[in-house]
Design a protein around this ligand. Structure first.
Ligand SMILES: Cc1cc2nc3c(=O)[nH]c(=O)nc-3n(C[C@H](O)[C@H](O)[C@H](O)COP(=O)(O)OP(=O)(O)OC[C@H]3O[C@@H](n4cnc5c(N)ncnc54)[C@H](O)[C@@H]3O)c2cc1C
Length: 484
């Protein structure tokens, strides 16, 4: 009788639909979580329709610059990125002179100072030609010193060419005394790519906190003047670039030594904060402006490493880059430095900010991972060189007369520009895909879980009402269950 009554009222078929709907939601959830675990950080790129790009997220002028996002992307992809990739491989640009000691002036009692002894492991002089100025080869002790992480140690192997020194003039924006001394070592940058090293936790956090809170006035604050904002943006842009390199070359599986891209990290640390992306573009244009401003100086510099063929190639690559017609036409003045340090307080402000930047430079000696210290020092010196180029003419017409650069500064400057160019290219190429995957992924998860929870609580609370409503004249599922 009951069965007949159910059939007469049509409950049977309707309940089947309810069960079917619930099972579908469940299956969809399972499928989604499976897909996402397969997606993980990688591999999902093929699933995303390349046509659904929509309008670019970043458009218009890069803040405080004279060039828009689309132009930067285009110029970087077409001109700068390929040229810089070639340039940094040349013998002149691949060796960087650096003091790798952990010689922190701010917190001498930090436990990481145990790194100091390990970082300067002296090797027998007979291992290297005289001209190498005491380079040091990686020893087993070095590995022990990198907080147990071999990927954080710097490979000090050099090839058989060294170069002649340039003038040695101190950079007022940086802390290090760049003159040659026993503490300096030459590093082949090509053997030490900037990538994931496993350096994380309180030691890394302490450096960034010190950089931001102690040296960079908090931003955005209303009182911040233009120059202070610029210092903040330079540091933030550099920080974004470091994070992007970590994401682009990440140790996915330590057991199998598998390296690849970590899109979640890219999203979590950079992409989800549009200001960090725009600060990257700002820093890139700032450094590019310094390079183009010093074009005449850089063109005439001596790129002599004792290898005439390679040195000619370096000179020619530099010229191609500095006087590229596309660059000159599309973005002739990427950043206008003339508007800074104006007014009565200009000179004092400049001195203060110079001191702040010197502190940031000194903080690089506190970085508790050798490879991070290497790239941190190189890039801060690169920024210091850009600042020196942009702000050392004091309004003089002829920059060439006021400017004198060290070889190491030029190496740091061009390698920094290359790092930033790689980051801009990575964001352009991978950014939209990473955003779609991560945002779509979390959206589908959250939406499905919420729907599922709502259905269960709705069903529990309204079982009786639901039964009554189902017995009414059928209508659309959406009218019956507005929560869907
Ligand atoms: C000089 C230096 C070089 C390093 N180089 C490497 C390296 O080559 N390889 C490697 O694996 N690790 C490197 N590290 C460590 C790395 O930068 C991170 O500190 C580490 O991976 C831990 O990351 P986190 O998630 O705690 O956030 P962190 O990147 O440490 O950021 C700390 C805090 O700074 C803020 N922040 C983050 N990014 C920005 C930004 N772009 N602008 C403004 N604020 C920001 C956020 O509030 C964040 O919580 C380096 C660290 C330093 C200080």
């Amino acid at each position: 009788m009951v069965k007949k009554e159910i059939e007469k009222r049509g409950y049977g078929s309707r309940w089947i639909w309810v069960v079917f709907a619930l099972v579908s939601v469940f299956v969809a959830m399972v499928m989604s979580s499976r897909t996402s675990s397969k997606i993980g950080f990688f591999g999902a790129i093929d699933r995303v329709c390349p046509c659904s790009r929509g309008t670019p997220k970043y458009s218009g002028m890069v803040e405080d610059c004279c060039c828009d996002y689309e132009t930067v992307d285009h110029l970087n992809e077409e001109v700068l990125y390929p040229s810089l990739q070639e340039l940094v491989k040349t013998p002149f640009f691949r060796y960087f002179k650096v003091k790798l000691w952990c010689d922190c002036p701010f917190w001498p009692d930090d436990g990481m100072c145990r790194l100091r002894d390990c970082s300067v492991c002296e090797c027998p002089d007979s291992e290297f030609p005289e001209s190498f100025k005491k380079p040091r080869r990686l020893s087993m002790n070095d590995l022990v010193c990198q907080e147990g992480k071999p990927q954080a140690a710097v490979d000090r192997t050099l090839d058989s060419k060294a170069f002649r020194g340039w003038t040695e003039i101190d950079n007022p924006w940086t802390n290090d005394d760049e003159t040659d001394n026993d503490e300096m070592t030459y590093v082949n940058l090509q053997l030490n790519p900037e990538r994931y090293t496993g350096y994380t936790g309180p030691s890394a956090r302490r450096i960034w906190d010190a950089v931001y809170s102690e040296n960079c006035p908090k931003y955005p604050s209303q009182e911040s003047c233009q120059e202070e904002k610029i210092l903040y943006k330079l540091i933030s842009g550099l920080h974004s670039s470091i994070s992007i390199h970590i994401a682009a070359d990440y140790l996915l599986d330590e057991a199998t030594n598998l390296w690849g891209q970590n899109l979640t990290l890219l999203y979590d640390r950079v992409l989800q904060y549009p200001d960090r992306v725009s600060n990257l573009y700002f820093t890139y244009l700032f450094v590019l402006r310094a390079v183009t401003k010093a074009a005449d100086y850089l063109e005439q510099a001596e790129y002599d490493t004792g290898n005439p063929n390679e040195d000619l190639k370096t000179q020619s690559l530099m010229k191609q880059l500095l006087y590229n017609p596309k660059l000159q036409a599309a973005c002739p003045v990427p950043f206008d430095e003339a508007k800074l340090w104006k007014g009565q307080s200009g000179p004092e402000l400049k001195q203060n900010i110079q001191q702040q930047f010197r502190n940031i430079s000194a903080l690089m000696d506190c970085v508790g991972c050798e490879k991070c210290r290497l790239w941190g020092k190189l890039q801060v010196l690169g920024l210091g060189t850009a600042l020196k180029i942009l702000f050392s003419d004091n309004g003089q017409e002829n920059l060439g007369q006021a400017l004198q650069l060290q070889r190491n500064e030029v190496i740091a400057l061009m390698n920094l520009l290359n790092r930033l160019s790689e980051s801009v290219e990575f964001v352009r190429k991978i950014g939209p895909t990473a955003e779609r995957i991560i945002e779509g992924h979390s959206f589908s998860h959250i939406t499905l879980i919420r729907s599922w929870k709502k259905i269960l609580s709705y069903a529990a609370a309204n079982l009786f009402t639901m039964k009554t409503r189902l017995s009414e004249k059928p209508c659309s599922w959406f009218e019956k269950f507005p929560i869907l």
